[in-house]
Design a protein around this ligand. Structure first.
Ligand SMILES: [Ca+2]
Ligand SMILES: [Ca+2]
Ligand SMILES: [Ca+2]
Ligand SMILES: [Ca+2]
Length: 498
């Protein structure tokens, strides 16, 4: 008799417990517009202002109520980002045909990112951290909510393949047939699933929490090519806009377009947007484009476009005697300098060419490559003319190299470089040939060097008389410079001067 009474008592207990389960229904929605319902049964276990109904600022804007929960971080009550419902979200999800939960969701914290999941258990005494009560399943992958994000419309799959068992032994189907509690939480780790929620300082907003029958299949309904940038000659690359339309993207992952990743816009179920593919190599070929979601590669689409043509820069070229009138072919030039004589020109009719650039040069350089008489031997140029054409001239301290800078036409650079001259005031200098190199730059590449060879020869008496003596007479002091000249002259000609 005693045994029978106990059995009846147990049956009554089971019956009453099952009766307590509310019947979740397909398409039920928590929109938080009825403020008499407060938080619509969503709570954190203790009466607290941490979770509450906010009367404006939901996804529909002004006067759209939503649910907001603030976790404090640290330890103790309200420290973790987790809250739950044991009211209208209890029931038989299998019988109701509920396979997913859709919601509008927002991270309101401003700096703490959230990794949101749902968890369902068949025990209303839900497992605490490290303890177990009933069978529980949680989203295998989190929905990443960046800090200070916008309202998103997201879908949490309740499919078996998308959930991970946390505790208990009941089958997935049995558990989903008698759900006693639905949790929403942020948990960073995929590897250690729990329903505890992370202990973080966070603020989350939710609205329109809806029981739906299936996750809408994602789709990329349109993919077309848009604006194409010009080719950059410095890198031979360009950019290409891709216009894309997609619907119901996966709750996790990114959008992949030809290996370049883009954030998915989940602000509404259907999105049309433009992404820019960058750093594409210009080669004039057809480019096939494939776009897909990293979390569901079955959602994809393709298109194609034609690449920009190769725009690799061709360097400019400089010829120091364009018409070869000096008898030297190619880009070089040759001249003779007589010791004691006048300065000599380093070019004769310069020609600058560039097959692919606009008619502009940005810089040039002239260098005496093998000076032997430092301080007495130098090159120069008509700096005043250069400056008048907007070109700056930098002269090295030994006057053996000149750097011209400033964007100007090829004609103007030709005109200025044409004034380059060589001079040597050491009348007893070595007769070794000197070489002077020229180069011009189109802003991207320098031309090959063109070279003037200077043949050094002894000056004639006439040159010495006309060049040396007038200069000598101006000197009162016998500095080392003049002594060198006198030594040379007396040695060769017994010439008394100065
Ligand atoms: Ca609302
Ligand atoms: Ca060029
Ligand atoms: Ca030539
Ligand atoms: Ca010429």
């Amino acid at each position: 008799m005693t045994k029978k009474i106990i059995s009846i008592a147990v049956l009554i207990f089971i019956y009453s417990t099952q009766n307590e389960i509310r019947a979740v229904t397909l398409n039920q929605i928590d929109d938080f517009e009825d403020t008499s319902l407060q938080t619509a049964g969503w709570r954190i276990g203790l009466s607290s202002l941490a979770i509450r109904n906010i009367t404006t600022g939901g996804p529909d804007g002004t006067n759209d109520n939503f649910l907001q929960y603030t976790s404090s971080g640290g330890g103790g009550r309200g420290s973790r980002m987790v809250f739950f419902n044991q009211d209208q979200w209890q029931g038989n999800y299998v019988a109701a045909g509920i396979n997913a939960i859709r919601a509008n969701i927002k991270n309101l914290h401003g700096s703490t990112p959230l990794k949101v999941r749902v968890a369902l258990g068949d025990s209303s005494t839900s497992p605490g951290c490290g303890t177990s009560g009933g069978s529980w399943f949680i989203s295998s992958n989190s929905l990443d909510l960046s800090a200070s994000g916008d309202w998103l419309e997201v879908t949490f799959s309740l499919a078996e393949k998308d959930l991970t068992r946390i505790s208990g032994n009941s089958s997935y189907t049995d558990t989903m047939s008698s759900v006693r509690e639905l949790r929403i939480l942020s948990q960073t780790s995929n590897a250690n699933p729990s329903v505890c929620g992370d202990s973080i300082s966070g603020i989350i907003g939710l609205d329109n929490i809806t029981a739906i029958t299936q996750i809408p299949a994602c789709s990329i309904t349109a993919l077309t090519s848009g604006t194409q940038s010009l080719c950059n000659p410095a890198t031979n690359t360009y950019t290409q806009d891709i216009k894309i339309t997609y619907k119901d993207p996966p709750a996790t992952g990114m959008l992949d377009i030809n290996g370049q990743l883009f954030d998915i816009d989940r602000s509404s179920s259907s999105i049309t947007t433009t992404h820019t593919l960058t750093n594409l190599t210009a080669n004039g070929q057809t480019v096939n484009v494939t776009a897909f979601f990293t979390a569901d590669q079955s959602c994809s689409n393709t298109t194609s476009f034609t690449s920009r043509a190769d725009c690799t820069n061709s360097p400019p070229a400089i010829d120091l005697d364009a018409d070869d009138s000096s008898g030297s072919s190619g880009s070089n030039f040759q001249t003779i300098f007589s010791l004691g004589g006048n300065p000599v020109d380093l070019a004769d009719g310069i020609g600058i060419t560039d097959v692919d650039s606009s008619n502009l040069i940005t810089s040039a350089a002239i260098t005496l490559t093998n000076a032997l008489d430092s301080g007495l031997e130098f090159i120069n140029i008509n700096t005043a003319l250069a400056n008048s054409l907007g070109i700056a001239v930098a002269v090295s301290s030994n006057s053996q190299s000149l750097t011209l800078s400033g964007t100007a036409s090829r004609d103007h650079y030709e005109m200025i470089l044409e004034t380059a001259q060589y001079q040597n005031l050491n009348f007893g200098s070595s007769l070794t040939n000197r070489t002077v190199s020229f180069t011009v730059n189109d802003g991207l590449d320098a031309s090959p060097l063109a070279t003037t060879t200077i043949i050094i020869q002894n000056g004639t008496l006439e040159e010495l008389m006309t060049t040396f003596l007038p200069a000598c007479r101006k000197r009162v002091a016998m500095d080392s410079f003049h002594r060198t000249q006198l030594k040379y002259l007396s040695g060769r000609m017994s010439f008394q001067a100065c």
